[in-house]
Design a protein. Structure first.
Lengths: 280, 530
């Protein structure tokens, strides 16, 4: 935090610590335990091939951009398959994700999801969690309008055939290794307040400069690069610590008389147990 | 041309009056035909108007000789073999708008009857019993209704339910999140709908995937005490599962306007259950809907026969005449593109890839693709191919189709690109554009930039770009008295391989082509007619 030389932990412990206003979540391996594209691949029997590509991208060895289209071309998912992925996200929610989001919204925090996943799955998943669609960014794709039973015009009144296959992905910085920073900076432009980003990947680390705090989440996968580069690293498989980290002491107090008290307590307990490492 | 129309069901007097008023149409009304009888009758008729009773089977369509349009006065087309109609190039149209409101309103009537026991209370009171305790109802307010199928009727029902402050959830795999948001309904999966709904109402078309969508397995997933309403198609519900659910109390009540077998047999168990409200397929039976359905199908059919408009055609890539007319030059160009591909193909075309650019056409890739296929197939099959049967014939002849991107061509305001893959593995990419909305041009063929008007007889040559070549070909054609109209050559580099499009005034005889082929620098010569 450029304006203050005290460590985050020192300030977080102070009674006048103001808390964060904007909480930005990654999706895959952060809100949900799965990597969406890997799951698509598993369904199509191409898991090993795609997993290798994903890992290389997440560990920062290969540029995301080149990997992105190649993976999707290989899988060529249908619209229905991408929608099914949304269900899968819901069924593999990271512990306490829903409660943390509800508690943050109870305190009128503004929440975002910025993901390199597929918008067709991430957006409805985020909306299901209560995050407004306008605050969700992910990669939109175009579908091959000449796939499936394309000549069945009767079934096409909404123009959203489930059997349409992937054609290509939109141009977005999100498919590049450093693209998240650009998208987050865009979202935060014109808003004043402190921001925290919660994510598991190197693309989240790359967005570090545009947020006030980068919290690495290792509940699903702990990547060495992220463990080292994040301001704070969460080692437990629960998002409860995010609530504790994001709130000011006064806000924590306000949760005492609400149903969200247990999840806050749980988060604080994880921090007390040393499951959250403060890097400086 | 004089058109003949066969009508096999009741059509409103207003509809028939429209037919009487048309000067170039004669019609016959013959009711109660079996498919076999219909197959015998259908010859000589250009139009066929049916409601739900006549079955327009593949045999009927096979027997038809000049049939162009089958019109369904109503919505559901499950009595028409649409894919057989498409293969025969016959338009199938319905009148989706005309009874939407009637059906949505009847659905609400059924729903309210269910929750307030109107039919049961009516019967009791008429029998002289003033019983206020037995018929305590439930409120719709803040209850959840699950709508299966969010088409025109589903959307109207949703709107009305929201008027009652109900929570509306819907299952419709074709519905986008954006449209759902506009309709203010929550899209859910079928399982979620079954689990969350206090009321379930069906508004889906009857297809293979929706047949018996409410079966025993689905009933098991429902809330205890759920109510079911069906004013769509009887076969959407598995009767045995429904009856079992009603008997066990899992399903509290049902209101049904449609049945697997209609008329509902007098011994149906459904008629004996107090918690089942039934009406005899009345949903579309309003004065307004009957009038509108009859006139609408007649007017639509006349417009389609006169090729003025094809609205509500369900097996055509466009139904709006304004789109068709605006698109006509592009569709003609698409056909020529297809025809050129087929004429230049050295072995059978196996796969067609299409890419289009340009504001006016970007939303119309399907009609343009059908145009390309029409161009290819008419040449390959030597038969009439139209916008309805082209995709079906392509599929049957093993020609697959896909949309593609990244076939970078020259930068024109609009660009139609078609790449074909041939059986011998070769590929050919041809790009075309329309200048000023009316001037068609072939602008690129494989790597060569050209500028060719696709019409008339054209010699397409590939040759080495050396001095004297054009003169030799010109001399040879002159010797056979063949006049050259235009000559366009595209080359990538001086001295390389060049492609020439030589437009000539007459067909070039085979002997001339053979003579030209022998010219020194010539690689290939093909002749095409566009």
């Amino acid at each position: 935090m450029p304006q203050n030389n005290d460590s985050f932990k020192t300030r977080w412990l102070q009674s006048n610590w103001p808390g964060f206003d904007f909480i930005i979540f990654d999706c895959d391996s952060t809100l949900s335990t799965i990597e969406g594209i890997d799951e698509l691949a598993r369904k199509k029997g191409k898991f090993a091939e795609v997993k290798r590509m994903t890992d290389a991208a997440m560990d920062g060895e290969v540029h995301l951009q080149s990997v992105y289209d190649r993976r999707l071309e290989l899988l060529s998912p249908t619209r229905a398959e991408i929608r099914e992925l949304e269900l899968h996200y819901r069924q593999t929610l990271v512990p306490r994700a829903a409660e943390v989001i509800q508690a943050l919204q109870h305190l009128k925090k503004e929440l975002f999801i910025v993901s390199g996943g597929l918008l067709g799955a991430v957006r409805p998943f985020g909306e299901w969690l209560g995050i407004p669609a306008r605050n969700i960014r992910a990669v939109d794709v175009r579908y091959n309008r000449l796939s499936g039973a394309w000549w069945d015009y009767q079934q096409d009144q909404w123009g959203q055939r489930p059997d349409e296959k992937y054609l290509d992905s939109e141009e977005t910085p999100l498919v590049e290794s450093h693209g998240k920073a650009e998208v987050i900076a865009d979202l935060l432009r014109g808003r004043s307040g402190r921001s925290i980003l919660v994510g598991d990947g190197m693309s989240d680390v790359a967005a570090h400069p545009v947020v006030d705090l980068m919290a690495g989440f290792g509940g699903v996968v702990a990547r060495q690069g992220v463990v080292q580069a994040a301001d704070v690293f969460i080692h437990c498989n629960s998002l409860a610590p995010v609530l504790a980290l994001a709130l000011s002491p006064a806000e924590r107090q306000r949760l005492q008389a609400t149903p969200y008290r247990p999840v806050l307590e749980e988060g604080l307990a994880f921090i007390a147990q040393g499951k959250v490492v403060f890097n400086q | 041309m004089n058109f003949k129309i066969l009508i096999t069901d009741d059509v409103s007097a207003q509809g028939l009056a429209q037919l009487d008023a048309a000067t170039d149409v004669t019609y016959d009304v013959v009711k109660g035909l079996s498919p076999a009888e219909l197959a015998q009758h259908i010859k000589g008729y250009h139009g066929l108007i049916v409601r739900s009773s006549a079955k327009v089977t593949a045999e009927v369509l096979q027997a038809a000789d000049v049939l162009k349009v089958v019109g369904r006065a109503g919505v559901g087309v499950d009595n028409i073999d649409v894919s057989a109609a498409s293969e025969h190039g016959v338009i199938v149209m319905n009148t989706p708008g005309a009874n939407t409101i009637a059906t949505a309103e009847h659905t609400m009537a059924l729903l309210l009857s269910l929750v307030r026991n109107l039919p049961q209370a009516y019967v009791q009171l008429k029998a002289g019993q003033w019983d206020r305790k037995r018929f305590t109802g439930t409120q719709l307010y803040h209850k959840t209704i699950g709508i299966i199928g969010m088409g025109r009727i589903g959307a109207r029902v949703a709107q009305r339910c929201r008027g009652f402050s109900m929570k509306v959830i819907t299952y419709d795999p074709y519905l986008s999140d954006e449209v759902a948001a506009d309709l203010k309904v929550t899209p859910v999966t079928l399982d979620e709908l079954l689990a969350q709904s206090d009321f379930i109402t069906l508004h889906a078309a009857l297809t293979d995937s929706t047949k018996k969508i409410i079966n025993a397995e689905a009933v098991a997933k429902m809330k205890d005490g759920v109510c079911i309403i069906n004013a769509a198609r009887g076969a959407l519900i598995d009767d045995e599962a429904l009856i079992a659910g009603l008997e066990s109390g899992k399903i509290a009540a049902a209101a049904l306007d449609v049945f697997t077998t209609e008329p509902l047999p007098a011994d149906s168990p459904l008629l004996k259950m107090d918690n089942v409200v039934v009406t005899p397929h009345l949903a579309a039976s309003t004065v307004e809907a009957q009038r509108d359905v009859g006139t609408q199908i007649v007017v639509q059919m006349l417009d389609a026969l006169h090729e003025v408009d094809f609205r509500n055609a369900i097996n055509m890539p466009f139904s709006d005449a304004s789109i068709l007319h605006g698109m006509q030059p592009y569709l003609n160009l698409a056909q020529k593109l297809g025809s050129l591909q087929a004429q230049l193909a050295e072995s059978p075309i196996e796969h067609v890839e299409v890419e289009i650019k340009g504001e006016e056409i970007e939303d119309h890739i399907k009609p343009i693709t059908v145009g390309i296929l029409k161009g290819i197939l008419e040449l390959v099959l030597h038969r009439t191919v139209n916008y309805i049967n082209a995709p079906h014939l392509a599929q049957r002849h093993g020609i697959s189709v896909s949309q593609t991107t990244g076939l970078h061509g020259p930068d024109y305001p609009n660009l139609l690109t078609c790449r074909v893959k041939l059986k011998n593995g070769a590929r050919r990419t041809i790009m075309a554009t329309l200048f000023n909305d009316e001037e068609p041009r072939i602008v690129q063929i494989d790597g060569w930039r050209v500028d060719v008007r696709p019409e008339g007889h054209i010699l397409v040559t590939k040759s080495h770009d050396r001095p004297g070549f054009i003169g030799q070909v010109g001399t040879m054609l002159g010797a056979y008295n063949i006049n050259i109209a235009t000559w366009r050559t595209g080359r990538n580099e001086p001295g390389g391989l060049a492609i020439s499009f030589i437009s000539v005034d007459h067909e070039v005889p085979a002997e001339v082509i053979n003579a030209i082929r022998k010219i020194d620098l010539m690689e290939t010569v093909q002749t095409v007619k566009l």
